[in-house]
Design a protein around this ligand. Structure first.
Ligand SMILES: NC(=O)c1ccc[n+]([C@@H]2O[C@H](COP(=O)([O-])OP(=O)(O)OC[C@H]3O[C@@H](n4cnc5c(N)ncnc54)[C@H](O)[C@@H]3O)[C@@H](O)[C@H]2O)c1
Ligand SMILES: [Zn+2]
Ligand SMILES: [Zn+2]
Length: 404
């Protein structure tokens, strides 16, 4: 049986590549596995040999010690790979298929899945609706920053690429279908972006940049990306975005300089609960982005909120934040009749269409997010550089499929 190396969370600020078991068609006990999920039979699953598996800002929340993730939790929810084994009950997916794995684990059978709300599947996580690979409080499904990973409900979850050679040729783009491209697109879509929209995206990390690409694809007239990280803002300008530097203050004034009015039609939070305040050297202030988006979104507009908010944060700035309670000026949003969309992106709603956009050269997401492949054993360095704010989306290459 093949060996299986995997990236595990060790303690705040540290991941390590460790040996784990090769997957079986059963969810075994291990770090973070919900007791009610232990021993769960997964004959509907497939074993995937990873082709590409990306490091995400969502992983960083755990690695920074900002969640209750247990030691030795195997990380990785952004998975693309080759099917090497299928369980007894798999009918359609077959060995040799190259597939994108939506980061949401979903059953395809519950009320929410039937309504395409796969980010809140009712059957995969005993703790709460919604699940993901390699993530705290998500049921304990083993992460895919590894050589091999088990994907449950394979016929339902896997998006098979139409042609193997073409898939491997465009793999650095296609690997973004497991999370950030659909997530960014969802942020823009749920913010109501359409032809001619003016858009503000808070955050120039990979999700913010993917949101900007999504907004462009949806026909936005202008996409303004805000961050305090100069390299990331430069990356946003590289594909036609305008930028605002929030270390210079509230984005409203800079938006006014760009558009002639201090507001946009649509706004997206691609930052989440570790948001910093506006202004030079501002400290963490978790409600900053939500409050500023309510300020800058035109009355009647919508806000897409893919940025993650938690119910418990050991490193929160105050007692309220530690329970996930933020000080929102909801009155502003109410007075302007704003709409919000929060939560996990239901990846399956968008991944097939975005795959076609990639395969037909309508979009170049890897270039926009500056995707870079590194070896699995180099993951600790990838985490470190990403945490330090590199304008790079790190893609791990556990099995040598990716071009050097
Ligand atoms: N909803 C989903 O399904 C989903 C999926 C993937 C990621 N996420 C979440 O999206 C968020 C972004 O992910 P990422 O990988 O790009 O993370 P990231 O940490 O790389 O990027 C966040 C960026 O926000 C910037 N920032 C901080 N405060 C800011 C402020 N006040 N205004 C503007 N920018 C500010 C940071 O400098 C950083 O560049 C994370 O919270 C992540 O967990 C959600
Ligand atoms: Zn992710
Ligand atoms: Zn379901």
């Amino acid at each position: 049986m093949a060996g299986n190396r995997a990236v595990a969370y060790k303690e705040p600020g540290r991941v390590e590549v460790i040996d784990i078991d090769y997957p079986e068609f059963e969810l075994k006990d291990g770090p973070g596995v919900n007791p009610a999920n232990v021993g769960r039979q997964v004959h509907h699953g497939a074993i995937i040999k990873t082709v590409a598996t990306n490091i995400c800002g969502s992983d960083q929340h755990m690695v920074r010690g900002r969640t209750t993730a247990p030691k030795d939790l195997v990380l990785g929810h952004e998975i693309t790979g080759e099917v090497v084994e299928t369980g007894r009950d798999v009918e359609f997916v077959k060995k040799g298929d190259i597939c994108s794995v939506p980061f949401n684990i979903s059953c395809g059978r519950c009320k929410n899945c039937i309504e395409r709300k796969t980010g809140i599947c009712l059957n995969v996580n005993p703790d709460r609706p919604g699940s993901a690979y390699g993530y705290v409080d998500m049921g304990g499904w083993v992460g895919g920053q590894a050589n091999y990973v088990l994907v449950p409900y394979a016929d339902w979850n896997l998006l098979t690429f139409p042609d193997r050679d073409q898939a491997l040729e465009k793999i650095m783009d296609l690997t973004m279908l497991s999370d950030i491209f659909p997530t960014g697109f969802h942020g823009a879509y749920t913010a109501g972006v359409g032809a001619g929209s003016t858009v503000y995206v808070a955050g120039a990390g990979p999700v913010g940049l993917a949101t900007a690409v999504g907004a462009q694809l949806l026909g936005a007239a202008v996409v303004i990306v805000g961050d305090m990280n100069a390299d990331r803002l430069k990356q946003a300008r590289s594909f036609g975005c305008e930028t605002v530097d929030v270390s210079k203050g509230h984005p409203k004034d800079q938006i006014e300089q760009l558009l002639g009015v201090p507001e946009v039609d649509a706004a997206v939070d691609a930052v989440g609960f570790e948001a910093k305040g506006h202004g030079e050297g501002a400290a963490e202030a978790p409600a900053t982005v939500l409050n500023s988006l309510m300020d800058v979104t035109a009355a009647g507009g919508s806000m897409g909120i893919p940025g993650l908010y938690v119910t418990g944060d050991p490193g929160g700035v105050d007692e309220a934040a530690q329970k996930g309670s933020l000080s929102l000026s909801l009155g502003t949003g109410w007075a302007k009749s704003l709409s919000f969309t929060t939560g996990q992106c239901p990846v399956m709603r968008y991944n097939r269409g975005l795959m076609q956009a990639i395969l037909h050269d309508k979009v170049h997401i890897a270039k926009a997010v500056n995707a870079k492949a590194i070896g699995l054993e180099e993951a600790p360095r990838g985490y470190e550089e990403f945490d330090a704010g590199a304008a790079t989306k790190y893609v791990l290459n556990p099995n040598g499929y990716l071009p050097a």
